[in-house]
Design a protein around this ligand. Sequence first.
Ligand code: IPE
Ligand code: IPE
Ligand code: MG
Length: 249
Amino acid sequence: MSLLDKIDKNRLPAHIAIIMDGNGRWAKARGLERGEGHKEGVSVIKKVVESASKASVQYLTLYAFSTENWNRPSEEVKGLMDLMVYAISKETADLKKNGVRIRSIGDMHRLPEYTRTALEECIRETAGGTGLTLVLALSYSSKWELTTASRKIAADVAKGVLRVEDIDEETLANYLTTRGLPDPDLLIRTGGEQRISNFLLWQCVYAELYFTDTFWPDFGEETLYEAILEYQRRERRYGKTSEQIDSAQ
Ligand code: IPE
Ligand code: IPE
Ligand code: MG
């Protein structure tokens, strides 16, 4: 029996975000180069996208490359960019067939042209998808996103298209690259570290956090469902009391 059967379909996380960590350590433990870990990690993405679709999750955001990851050795960065282009191009047809719609968040201008072009093509090709929305966070960080949003807001105020007194939480949310996406309900981090690493700070204010020691290349269908089941055991109170939550049900 798959853990999928134990998941309560009425209390699914609509949006799951994952910090896919541990590729390097997975490789090292096997005496392999870090690049081999990244390769294995990319193949897991396909499995996890399929599993999330099967569980009727609507949005899946994957942290694939952070602003800080630009500071890695240049060969590793190049390897990751090549791998992403390869995976995106190879999978576009299947994603389309499965109704998956691709979207990206992050500073796309920093990506090499060939990576950006492959990504844009995949976004265009899959735009009609009505199933899972797969959001790839590439060259993304929350501090970059919030700084960029602040600049745009200031520019619009200066232009006179936005009034300072009209700025509220919704305004800010609309200036973020995640505009239109619901906030993540569940944030998973693989690889054993218990930190956020500059990921979706604004959006994850009320996400349930789930940390697992499993390295990303070992993650998969059942481990994803385990995380969803743990999510369903939590009580989301949003500042209220347990009694208030009970009486509202
Ligand atoms: C995550 O795995 C993938 C990226 C950050 C691109 P890591 O490469 O960080 O793997 P570890 O943390 O060194 O094991
Ligand atoms: C976070 O992983 C970024 C991604 C998974 C893309 P890192 O491995 O870069 O995080 P830190 O630097 O250890 O916090
Ligand atoms: Mg890491």
